[in-house]
Design a protein around this ligand. Structure first.
Ligand SMILES: [Zn+2]
Length: 63
């Protein structure tokens, strides 16, 4: 189970950490969605600086 992610309001591009201001982009954290009817994963963004986890509603379909 992942740490409870933040759900930030955002528009345009999400490239700067809203918590610490780091502007180098994010790491990607994947969590397989077992409850899904198709092979899918939830994707979270993790700040490489402050380690905050963000959920901006990314879902990936797996091949
Ligand atoms: Zn940060």
């Amino acid at each position: 189970m992942l740490t409870e992610p933040s759900r930030p309001q955002w528009a345009g591009e999400f490239a700067v950490c809203p918590k610490c201001g780091a502007d180098g982009g994010f790491h990607l954290v994947l969590e397989r969605m077992h409850e899904s009817t198709e092979p899918a994963a939830k994707a979270y963004l993790k700040c490489p600086s402050c380690k905050e986890l963000f959920d901006i509603d990314i879902k990936l379909l797996l091949a």
